[in-house]
Design a protein. Structure first.
Ligand SMILES: [Zn+2]
Length: 84
């Protein structure tokens, strides 16, 4: 597990849809990587924000975000909407 892989898997990790082996790899990485812990924290915060704003325009939450991150959040919002 490295930072790049973790970032790619973080949405599935939070959804609990990863294989146990991948979850363990992420947990192990998080213990020793402060950057990824911070990333996970901000990701969770953004998901909460996304949920609370889902009746409003999605574009509002994109302000100040890196493009890839905003796109990941978009996908996350979409999948949550479909599940709701
Ligand atoms: Zn990392």
């Amino acid at each position: 597990m490295n930072c790049r892989k973790l970032i790619g898997l973080v949405a599935d990790y939070l959804d609990g849809t990863l294989m146990l082996r991948q979850q363990e790899a992420i947990k192990t990485h998080l213990v020793r990587c402060e950057d990824c812990r911070a990333y996970l924290d901000s990701y969770k915060t953004t998901i909460e924000l996304c949920r609370s704003l889902r009746h409003e325009s999605n574009t509002k939450i994109h302000i100040g975000m890196p493009m890839g991150f905003a796109r990941a959040i978009d996908r996350k919002c979409m999948s949550k909407k479909q599940m709701l």
